[in-house]
Write a protein that binds this ligand. Structure first.
Ligand SMILES: Nc1ncnc2c1ncn2[C@@H]1O[C@H](COP(=O)(O)OP(=O)(O)O)[C@@H](O)[C@H]1O
Ligand SMILES: [Mg+2]
Length: 138
């Protein structure tokens, strides 16, 4: 495996359902080099979200391998999978809703707090990010 690749997917399959089986992914192979951009297009129901959920370690494949930075995430313990998901991946969710009980600053602070950053530091970073997009935090 080469350092050149950030993502390498081999023969990835994801089957849903117990009675009637839905093969959402069927033998997907994919290599993405560092610095490369890849767009995945296809009709509704063709498996785009299912594939991204595998790369984001939000779901487990039925078979196949997913190497992120040369390490197979399908062979990791749950703890290591969580750590990789939280610390090493930048995943932009397709659907995202702000938490209505929190203000904008608290919403931006939330993932920082979950990742273990101290509250005072999280507040500083979140304020700076909101300032950058022109949101006055007061
Ligand atoms: N959690 C699930 N349970 C059962 N079937 C699913 C689930 N998620 C996706 N599917 C099915 O897998 C196929 C691919 O879906 P999806 O990845 O959402 O496609 P796309 O994002 O390209 O529209 C569809 O047939 C969909 O109904
Ligand atoms: Mg989708």
């Amino acid at each position: 495996m080469s350092d050149e690749y950030i993502i390498q997917i081999k023969n990835l399959t994801r089957v849903f359902g117990d009675g009637v089986e839905i093969k959402a992914l069927d033998g997907v192979d994919l290599d993405i080099k560092r610095g490369e951009f890849l767009s995945i297009i296809g009709p509704s129901g063709s498996g785009k979200s299912t594939l991204l959920n595998q790369i984001g370690i939000l779901d487990t494949p039925t078979s196949g391998t997913i190497l992120l930075n040369g390490v197979d995430v399908t062979k990791m313990s749950d703890k290591k999978r969580s750590r990789t998901r939280n610390k090493e991946l930048g995943f932009i969710f397709q659907y995202h809703h702000l938490l209505p009980d929190f203000n904008a600053l608290e919403n931006v602070m939330m993932p920082l707090l979950i990742s273990g950053i101290k509250s005072s530091q999280a507040r500083k970073v979140a304020s700076k990010l909101l300032d950058e997009v022109g949101w006055a935090t007061g």
